[in-house]
Every structure is written in C-alpha cells, then in structure tokens.
Design a protein around this ligand. Structure first.
Ligand SMILES: [Zn+2]
Length: 334
C-alpha cells in the first residue's frame, strides 16, 4: 500500500478526496508533515446546500493544522473548489475534515476541547504549540454552540454561588441545574449579587425557560442573593446550602472553643476533634469535652448525629459538593 493510501485511510477521506502527495519538512523545528489533499481532474463535488454533484467552478487553497504525526506537526493543504449548482449557484464546497472558517481540522479541535476541560488554555497552548488566542477561538466557538442549544424549558431547581476568579475581589457567580447529574453548570457571569440574578433571568428567558417555573433555589446566606432571589423567583423556596450552614456552625463553635480555652484547659486535639471521624485518634478529645461539660462540647453531639453525616462520613469538614448530598437525603427533596 502506498504512503498516500495509508494517510488517506488514517484521515478517513472519501471520494472524491484523496491524498495527492506527502512531504516531511525537516528544515524547520518542529519538523512538519505536509499532506496535499485533492481530487482527480474533472471530479464532481457535492453542493453544500442540496448535495447535487456539480463540476468545479474555481479553486482556492487552504491549509489546516492536524493532529501530530508522531512528534511532527502535521498540516493538510487542499484546493477547495467552488461549484456552480444549477439550483443554488456558485457555492464553496465544505471540507469534510474541518468546519467552515477554521484553520484546524475537526480532530485537532476535538483534542483541544478535551484538553481544555482538564487544564488551563495556556497549558494546552504550550502542549500543542499553538497560541492561546487561537485556542480560545476554538473554545468560544464550541461553548457558544453548546449554549445556543441549551433548552431550559424544564428548569425548576437551581443552585448558585460566587467564587473568586483571581486573587483579590474578582468574582464570578455560577448557576447550576440541580436536576442535571451531568454537566450541571448552565450559566456563569462575572461579579456577584443582584445583577447576576438579573442576567441569569434574562438568560433563562432566552433559552425557553421561565423564572416563575423556578420552585427551588439553593444559595448561601448573602443578603444580596436572598433579596434578589425573592424578587426574581417569586415561586421559589430558598434553601441555604449545607456547606454554608456547616461553615457558619463550625466557625461559631470554634469561636466558643477559643473563648473557653482562655478560661479552662481543654483536652488536647479539641480543635480537630470537631471535624475528624470519631474512629480516629481525636475521638478521646471529643469524649473529653463532652464528659467534662465544656460548653464547646454541647454542639458537637448533634453535629455528629443524624444531620452530622457530613462530619462522620468525611475525613474533614464540609466540602462544596455537600449541597447535592444533603438535598438528596432530605425528605423535603422528595
Ligand atoms: Zn445545490
């Protein structure tokens, strides 16, 4: 089998397309494999509108970056024809290996999108040796396509929270659909507070959803969030998520511990005994503060009781994912 035939098989080319020639350029670093794709003279091409086989009207050359060939960069070059369809007139034929307007093949873009889910775009740019600006164009295209296809008609339960996007006070607020097990994030915007809720409402309405259909909102205790939720989602019940309840509870207990520690000698490891699994080495400290009637011991018992599945089932304190767990276990969620 000729090298051109092997490359054509590898690329999955179908008639009229085939690999006309191949050339490995070793004069540059990184070295480049160039594959020229074309068709026989007089070949017919499908009209992009109706699929009718048409003759070529004229040609224009394009080049696409493809997946590496071993350690070498690989580029596909083809002269794409414009056809003259009797029904639709002169149209550029689409390359089956790339989307219109992109200078990367579909397979290259697929790999990029897989990588940017796992690491920063800058890191991917270094890995594939393409500028991050060009990669961001790919990301923006597919993210916009996915968002356009988002249908929020059945949206009725949401969770929202803000997080710092960089050091300092640059926040983003993220919204999730609590009924989606897979890819629950449906909206994210810069900032925090009421304005984010306003933007989210507009987003819902632009994707076939209705703010009045929202019956359940899980958020933190931010007054800005709570008042905005009350105003924007009039049918919704608000639940303060388990993570923030435990966070607040834990801080309050720790404040009491600090106050009490100034007056009395507490057992060793008291600070950590409130977090760790009772089977661990801190169990004696927990028993000590409860048995000796320290004030800080009072909240420890309920915290480790029925609602304390968080504390007992995890090695440390609350984790961001606790909201979902708590909701599923709650009788109210049924
Ligand atoms: Zn046509």
């Amino acid at each position: 089998m000729l090298a051109e035939q092997i490359f054509a098989l590898g690329l999955g080319l179908t008639p009229p397309w085939k690999v006309m020639s191949q050339r490995l350029d070793t004069d540059h670093t990184p070295t480049k494999l160039h594959l020229e794709i074309g068709a026989d003279r007089g070949a017919l091409y499908p009209c992009p509108e109706c699929g009718a086989a048409c003759k070529a009207h004229d040609f224009k050359e394009f080049t696409w970056r493809h997946l590496n060939f071993f350690q070498h960069h690989c580029y596909l070059t083809a002269r794409l024809p414009r056809i003259n369809c009797p029904e639709h007139g002169i149209r550029r034929v689409a390359a089956p290996w790339a989307r219109e307007g992109s200078r990367f093949t579909l397979l290259f873009e697929q790999v990029v999108m897989s990588l940017v889910r796992e690491m920063p775009v800058n890191a991917v740019a270094r890995h594939v040796e393409v500028t991050d600006t060009r990669l961001w164009r790919i990301v923006h295209h597919y993210v916009a396509k996915a968002i356009t296809a988002l249908n929020l008609k059945s949206l009725k339960a949401i969770g929202l929270d803000e997080t710092a996007s960089k050091r300092g006070h640059n926040y983003i607020t993220v919204f999730i659909d609590l009924d989606r097990a897979d890819k629950p994030v449906i909206f994210a915007t810069s900032g925090k507070g009421k304005e984010c809720l306003t933007q989210f409402c507009a987003f819902i309405e632009a994707h076939k959803g209705r703010p009045e259909n929202i019956v359940e909102v899980v958020c933190d205790m931010s007054p800005a969030f709570l008042s905005a939720v009350e105003q924007k989602f009039k049918s919704a019940s608000v639940t303060v998520d388990w993570f923030h309840v435990v966070q607040l509870f834990t801080k309050a207990v720790d404040d009491v511990r600090k106050l009490e520690a100034r007056q009395s000698k507490l057992p060793d490891h008291t600070r950590w005994a409130r977090y760790w699994n009772p089977c661990a080495e801190h169990w004696p400290a927990l028993k000590g503060i409860c048995r000796e009637s320290f004030i800080v011991g009072i909240p420890c018992t309920p915290m480790r009781g029925s609602k304390g599945s968080m504390a007992c089932s995890r090695q440390r304190g609350p984790e961001p994912g606790d909201t979902g767990t708590w909701r599923i276990l709650s009788p109210w969620s049924t």
